[in-house]
Design a protein around this ligand. Structure first.
Ligand SMILES: [Zn+2]
Length: 149
């Protein structure tokens, strides 16, 4: 698994896009993937591979869709990760209902990260590959973008 790897960016790379609009497209892409996978469903790893997202963003997308009741989470796992399916593909398996706690915990962790985050000397649009502060900034930005979805 290669989650949380921030690619080295150069000044000549285009700036990281604001993802509010892009996120709606990503949600649609996740639904299309779910429809195509049928009873097999998807885990955050599949979403991460499809959209090239870090763990946090990929599970954020699934978690938001689950909270809204658009997708179902099974109690079953694949590669240690919970499987999500469209409701028509549950096939009598045990489901794992959304718990408000799921999001509360993530919100608290994001708040903790925010309190310790200090901006660094790097341009936030060009996060430095080995800078922990850049990485924290990227994670907080992804969290905020997912939250508005
Ligand atoms: Zn930095």
């Amino acid at each position: 698994m290669t989650d949380n790897v921030i690619p080295l960016r150069r000044k000549t790379d285009p700036p990281i896009p604001e993802v509010t609009l892009e996120a709606t497209t990503q949600r649609a892409q996740v639904i299309v993937l779910l429809a195509g996978n049928g009873e097999q469903g998807v885990t955050w790893i599949d979403v991460s591979a499809l959209l090239g997202l870090h763990h946090g963003s990929a599970s954020g997308l699934l978690s938001n869709l689950h909270r809204e009741g658009r997708i179902v989470r099974l109690q079953e796992k694949r590669d240690g990760c919970l499987i999500y399916v469209l409701s028509q593909f549950v096939a009598g398996r045990r489901i794992s209902p959304y718990k408000p706690r799921d999001h509360l915990t993530v919100d608290l962790m994001a708040e903790a990260l925010r309190r310790f985050y200090k901006p660094c000397r790097h341009d936030p649009n060009y996060p430095h590959a080995t800078c922990k502060q850049c990485e924290a900034g990227v994670l907080l930005r992804e969290y905020d973008n997912n939250k508005q979805v």
